[in-house]
Write a protein of this length. Structure first.
Lengths: 316, 316
């Protein structure tokens, strides 16, 4: 069985963490345990991950040093975060695999994702990146840089960048080769480094591709039997936070599509995860599961989490 | 023919550059041209590169932001620089390959290099990293962090870290697979992220492995026919800067060993390059060439640069 796992921010460092390497190592050590268990049970794993807090810290470092060191654009920062997180994740996975006496090893491939330069997302930046600012400072930065800011629920302002859809991976061929060779592959971190094709050349763009949508594309590419989207909750809820709240065990493709269209899943949190599951389910006919790290082994081998699509769901 | 190329700092950004992404892209665009020519002429390329100025800038950014963002240790910064440089280099190579109508594509593998925890280098840090400081500031930082500083030729002080020998690559198996599959592979940037094995786990260390020695190990691993060490000069000189200065065309392994032992090649510049060539020549029986980027195609197909070892040199 082959599975693509999308790790959320909490899998990389605990919520509210200061962002020290010790915190990241501790979080990754915990994250690696169930993933290594899956490998031990014969699952071929491809791992993708978010990078929000990590690339946020890189952007903040750039800003504090901006009078002395020229800041790099978002695409380059994204590539730096792939190196940072990929390295630490590979090391944590290798250790967990070794502790189990497994010979499989992990590796990280720096991955570019091609997006469409005409994607409507480029006309409407929505994805917050980097630090929050009070209004005057946000205005000053916007004036100096041309960045677009929007107000956040906490009344502070954050830069927003476009979040175009992933189309394909530049490193598609070698990616498939290392997966076929049986390695645990960490790829397309932070949704992949977004690039557009321009006159037959690739060019990085200041954008962030949703990591779950990217994981869905990755799962389709590698013909995964399963897409696992890991988050902080064990299951997806309908009517979350209302008196009608109910945990969902299984959704057919049609049911998930309907609930998503009805606005049951909040934009910016569960919505894109369900959308990613549907992308994969529609393209592959296989199943996707949204669950927590703690339930991931049971999600693969039993019935933990919320399953979308796949044979069982279609029949049921 | 298979060749490992070690790119120096100038190949990544021009000397004295501020370190903007535009400077890096321009330098890499020039660097990619002769490398793509080699691919066009049938050479299987593995590319390694330095990261001194780039990781220096990452360290500086960390320092300026240290009150707000916890700095990462050297190994993590090295991995970040692999992501940064690898991404930009792969993009430049891809464009150059596409312009030639070649189907070969480049990819970057985040690479860890295992070093020996008992390497004597750990008792004598020698490799300068990061920014230069006047003495009082260096003393303050040394006091706060435990870092070791030494005075540089310019009378300023820089942190020094150990520079242990590369032993092997953690990603050895997948590295060989992607090379065998015919991709242009960027690997072990900045000498590789140095790790030690401790109780069967890998652990990053605050050290920098010499990028040319790492390239030599890489060349041995992939059974390269040729190790190309690119630098600012077309050829190696004996008695450099003296009235006896002479360009060297070819050196047998014995001649190079003798000149190195006699102190003909300055430590910290040409010395480690010759040592790296000798490491590879001794392990493989193949040849190594030290030359400039501008002469690299002629170094492979004609007789540019300084050749060390190989059949010709052994016979001559």
């Amino acid at each position: 069985m082959r599975a693509v796992v999308a790790l959320g921010g909490n899998a990389l460092s605990p919520p509210g963490a200061a962002g020290t390497v010790a915190e990241m190592r501790a979080a990754l050590r915990k994250t690696a345990e169930p993933l290594a268990d899956l490998v031990g049970r014969g699952v071929e794993l491809v791992i993708s991950h978010g990078n929000g807090p990590q690339v946020g810290r890189i952007l903040l470092q750039q800003e504090y040093a901006a009078d002395h060191v020229p800041p790099m654009p978002m695409d380059v920062c994204g590539a730096e975060s792939q190196g940072q997180i990929g390295y630490l994740l590979v090391q944590a996975l290798d250790s967990a695999l070794r502790r189990r006496g497994l010979d499989t090893r992990a590796l990280c491939l720096v991955t570019q994702v091609v997006v469409d330069g005409r994607d409507p997302a480029f006309r409407r930046p929505t994805k917050p990146v980097g630090p929050s600012y009070p209004r005057p400072e946000a205005q000053r930065i916007a004036h100096e840089t041309g960045y677009v800011f929007t107000i956040q629920p906490d009344k502070l302002w954050r830069r927003v960048v476009p979040s175009p859809k992933p189309v394909r991976f530049v490193e598609e061929v070698p990616l498939l080769q290392v997966i076929e060779a049986g390695h645990v592959v960490v790829a397309a971190g932070g949704g992949g480094v977004p690039v557009v094709e321009h006159r037959r050349e690739l060019r990085g763009v200041e954008a962030v591709v949703d990591k779950d949508l990217t994981a869905a594309r990755l799962a389709t590419l590698v013909r995964a039997d399963l897409l696992l989207i890991l988050t902080t909750v064990d299951k997806v809820y309908a009517g979350f936070g209302t008196s009608q709240q109910r945990a969902l065990d299984r959704l057919t493709e049609a049911e998930a599509t309907e609930l998503l269209a009805a606005g049951e899943f909040p934009e910016g949190s569960m919505g894109p995860k369900i959308e990613a599951c549907l992308d994969f389910v529609r393209a592959s006919g296989a199943r996707a599961v949204v669950t927590s790290l703690g339930r991931v082994v049971d999600a693969v081998f039993a019935d933990a989490g919320t399953t979308i699509g796949g044979d069982g769901a279609v029949d049921g």
